[in-house]
Design a protein around this ligand. Structure first.
Ligand SMILES: NC(=O)C1=CN([C@@H]2O[C@H](COP(=O)(O)OP(=O)(O)OC[C@H]3O[C@@H](n4cnc5c(N)ncnc54)[C@H](O)[C@@H]3O)[C@@H](O)[C@H]2O)C=CC1
Ligand SMILES: O=C(O)CCC(=O)C(=O)O
Length: 525
């Protein structure tokens, strides 16, 4: 039974779903990195929010870990390259807390416009300072949206309901989507110059870090009010403090900080500064949503191989997964076969699906071929990191589909382009379940690829098989299965033999010494 650790506070629905779906679950929150390192080895899945930092060091000790599930959106607390290198799938729940977070941004905008926290503190202190707190209306003001994705889109919708004009800076926002959202797409400089309120809704990346730098804050309209419910690091906090002190910025509300938990900040106590402790996603509704979603996604993956909302794997529904399973095994074997039989650099790998195979989700098949192929070059290759490794090695990957059936009702062909030309292997499924290779470099064969194997190319001549059998017998090697194919009578023939022991260099030397042998290699699957 797979076992999951919930290491951050999560709605109890998550644990309930894991149990109902046959996944054992421990809820242990508030552990230090060292404590997590000590315990992570026993878990297949790790369900987190933003407190647990899934570092390369923790992943290095996660010997059984298959999936990290983030009950939320931002995954900047997960080292995704390190997870991918280990073959650990990283999932998030991209929509479960969007409305809640957008509402928090709107709440903070009102808090700034009417100085609600300060007015509340003053009133409760018995001061009744009616003349001190003069607010501004939101109606007809310009809201500058930096990042117009899911949350930005909801904020824009609510702001338009408040009769605000919304301008948006987002390099990936299409003009059509901007029209649909009712926002005006502008450059960053234009937004800075025009906005009365600025709200940030981008992930933290190299291109967004310090997007509100001292230089950009200086370009804003005097008295602008700034809201950040996305990620600390988008705003230069020292520059924000200086701009609040000088009055360039009329108010700022931060839900997120460069360093969290933010227990101390020069911003604390600054007039017109409002803060919340990363509460953007903290509503009952959002936490139930993300808890249910993360548990369902992780259970699907651990129990039936379904992949949803993964950041480092193509999606695969829980219904598709069992159907794809034997194809993935075939794809991986074909990739491995072609990798073991090819020497020299590979410029391109093409994966051609024919007949029933062409109707399937191709992405996981392609990744399985690449993983099988690359594992012949590096032990670290897996389904998750294979596309990145292929790209790093300059291998072009092509996908071709032909729905029409050929000789087989379903066929996968893997071709590699080398300096010596294009070579291909092909395989099918017998009874829709058992992978069989049916073509090897243009020669028809019919073989299962399993365990240690001996691959021989020889001139087709009477007596050869007997001599090979004798050589193997004399070396004490037992033959499991024996598959033979040839281009034409008397031409080039191919032999694939499964043997009970790995093929040794000694045995290969003996086989190579037999008359007519052109190639002899040991393979393993
Ligand atoms: N405070 C909280 O509790 C929460 C914070 N968040 C944060 O909110 C962020 C946004 O979430 P979603 O809207 O769901 O993400 P999203 O992926 O739907 O939208 C992000 C938008 O940022 C845009 N973008 C990327 N680079 C940009 C750049 N250099 N300049 C301007 N725009 C850029 C993208 O094109 C995209 O439209 C998340 O990355 C997460 O960090 C999310 C949920 C809760
Ligand atoms: O889980 C939380 O409270 C934080 C949510 C968040 O920051 C996110 O989903 O990106």
């Amino acid at each position: 039974m797979p076992k999951v650790l919930i290491s951050d506070k999560m709605d109890p629905k998550a644990a309930q779903i894991f149990r109902e779906r046959g996944v054992e679950v421990d809820e242990i929150t508030g552990k230090t990195p060292a404590e997590l390192i000590a315990m992570i080895g026993e878990y297949d899945g790790l369900a987190i929010r933003s407190s647990t930092k899934v570092t390369a060091e923790i992943l290095a000790h996660a010997t059984n870990l298959k999936v990290v599930g983030r009950a939320g959106i931002g995954v900047d607390n997960v080292d995704i390259p390190a997870a991918s290198a280990k073959g650990v799938v990283v999932m998030n729940t991209p929509f479960g807390n969007s409305i809640t977070t957008a509402e928090h941004a709107i709440a903070l905008m009102f808090a700034l416009a009417r100085q609600l926290p300060e007015a509340d503190a003053s009133t409760q202190a018995g001061k009744w300072e009616k003349n001190r707190f003069m607010g501004v209306e939101l109606t007809a003001k310009t809201l500058g949206l930096i990042g117009a994705g899911n949350i930005g889109g909801i904020v824009a919708d609510r702001a338009r309901g408040l009769k605000m004009k919304v301008v948006a800076f987002d390099p990936f926002l299409t003009p059509e989507r901007a029209v649909e959202m009712g926002v005006e797409k502008v450059t960053l400089d234009e937004l800075l110059a025009r906005a009365d309120f600025i709200t940030l809704h981008t992930p933290l990346t190299d291109s967004t870090r310090n997007i509100l730098s001292a230089e950009n804050i200086a370009k804003t309209k005097k008295g602008v009010r700034i809201i950040n419910c996305a990620r600390g690091g988008l705003i230069d906090e020292a520059a924000l403090k200086a701009a609040l002190d000088s009055g360039q910025v009329g108010g700022a509300a931060l839900d997120v900080f460069q360093t969290e938990p933010a227990k101390d900040s020069p911003l604390f106590g600054t007039p017109n500064f409002v803060s919340t402790p990363h509460l953007g996603a903290s509503t009952t509704e959002a936490q139930v949503n993300v808890a249910i979603q993360v548990a369902e996604q992780m259970a699907d993956f651990l129990v039936s191989g379904g992949v949803t909302n993964a950041l480092n794997m193509p999606s695969l529904s829980a219904e598709e997964a069992p159907k794809l399973k034997p194809y993935m095994a075939l794809a991986e074997k074909l990739g491995s076969l072609v990798g073991q039989l090819t020497t020299g650099s590979i410029g391109r790998i093409s994966i051609h699906a024919e007949g029933a195979a062409a109707e399937l989700n191709q992405k996981p098949l392609v990744q399985a071929v690449l993983a099988g192929f690359l594992r012949t070059q590096t032990d670290t290759a897996n389904m998750v990191n294979a596309p990145v490794l292929a790209r790093e090695r300059g291998i072009e990957v092509r996908e071709v589909r032909t729905e029409r059936e050929g000789d087989y009702h379903t066929l996968l062909r893997v071709s590699v382009k080398t300096e010596a030309g294009e070579r291909s292997v092909a395989g099918t499924l017998f009874g829709d379940a058992a992978p069989r290779i049916v073509e090897l470099f243009g020669i028809k064969v019919e073989a299962d690829l399993d365990g240690p194997m001996l691959y021989v190319v020889n001139e087709d001549a009477p007596g050869f098989i007997g001599r090979l059998g004798t050589a193997l017998g004399e070396a004490g090697v037992n033959i499991g299965t024996f598959h033979l194919g040839r281009r034409q009578a008397g031409g080039e023939a191919v032999l694939l033999l499964s043997v009970d022991e790995p093929v040794t260099a000694d045995l290969l030397a003996k086989v190579k010494a037999l008359p007519g042998v052109k190639v002899a290699m040991g393979l393993s699957f």
